[in-house]
Design a protein around this ligand. Sequence first.
Ligand SMILES: NC(=O)c1ccc[n+]([C@@H]2O[C@H](COP(=O)([O-])OP(=O)(O)OC[C@H]3O[C@@H](n4cnc5c(N)ncnc54)[C@H](O)[C@@H]3O)[C@@H](O)[C@H]2O)c1
Length: 359
Amino acid sequence: MNQIGIAIVGCGGVTLQNHLPGLALCPDAKVVALCDSDAGCLERARQQTGITIASTKYEEIVSRDDVHAVIIATPNFTHPPIALAAIARGKHVLCEKPLALNYANAKEMADAADKAGVRHMTAFTYRFVPAMRYLSELVRRGDLGQLYHYRSCRLQDWGTRNLGWRQVKKLAGTGELGDMLSHRIDFAHLLVGPMRRLVANTKIVHDQRQGAPSDLDDWVAIIAEFQNGASGVLESSKLASGRNESWRSLDYVEINGSERSCVFITGEWNKLQTGKVGGPGLETITIPEEFWKWPGSPRDPRVGDPLVTFRYDQAWEFVDAIRNQRPCRPSFHDGARAQAAMDAAVKSAAEKTWVEVQG
Ligand SMILES: NC(=O)c1ccc[n+]([C@@H]2O[C@H](COP(=O)([O-])OP(=O)(O)OC[C@H]3O[C@@H](n4cnc5c(N)ncnc54)[C@H](O)[C@@H]3O)[C@@H](O)[C@H]2O)c1
């Protein structure tokens, strides 16, 4: 395999924003085939990329011999069947988050990929923000001491606009929980470790969005206990009016440990705020330059808007893991672990009680 042939299934928003530009920076990889169930969308993608092999049926695309790896960027309910079909054909898979609509399906995907010996990766894109990688390194080497608290807050202003498949339970599974909080659950797992149990609440504020029914949460909050004894508070909302809808809106993570606290804000891609126990308060530090991009990535962090371009390192990680036959970070197991916490949150909100997290 001189060049890794990639097929993209789902040619909508995230493919145009993250996957195609990321792959364009990987000399080892070439997008050889496209799939979208919407013929118009597929034709637009075909014209934009010049890729001639295209189909509205993923089965035709994932079975091709020139396709070595598949990127799945479709609505959530389609992830398991497409991933399992690709894995059955021996293809490596990068799948968008949330991996599935429940933990059982996500675990089935992870186990099937392990058994087939293919590379598997969950698109928890915000792990690739340089400051998050540096923060996880500080935690790993013990700079924060014993971890006491994890806190995350994601606040966006999506108003009452129609969200398409994202507002339909049977297509998306959950609303704000899977869409936005899943990334921050993954941060918590990366930084603190697995959750033991949690209690959650969700709220559907708008049950109609521009005349179409919406049966999914606009707001979610979780209080968590981690297996290592740390506590967590996570909140995410689509209805923080005036905060803007884009990634420039608030995405805040704070960790308090026995030695120091650190604050990560996605918008401050190469900075952290930090303060020592007993000190005068937080100061802002610039992270070391070696963390400004993913290890080995050919991306120049000084080119383009760094709040956009960090996402391209995700494709590099996938391609590099295939080339070097090593596990991807984050894997399907990380996706399944987040799904277990999401399942627990749904159950907790429905039953108004603490729920043990599976997995
Ligand atoms: N990692 C991130 O930062 C991030 C950002 C945005 C979206 N996402 C995830 O990416 C996925 C797609 O989101 P999006 O915003 O691109 O949605 P989108 O609606 O813009 O695009 C999805 C595309 O998939 C196509 N599609 C639907 N069913 C299909 C099928 N069975 N086979 C082939 N194509 C099919 C649709 O026609 C559409 O073009 C979701 O799981 C979402 O949660 C992740």
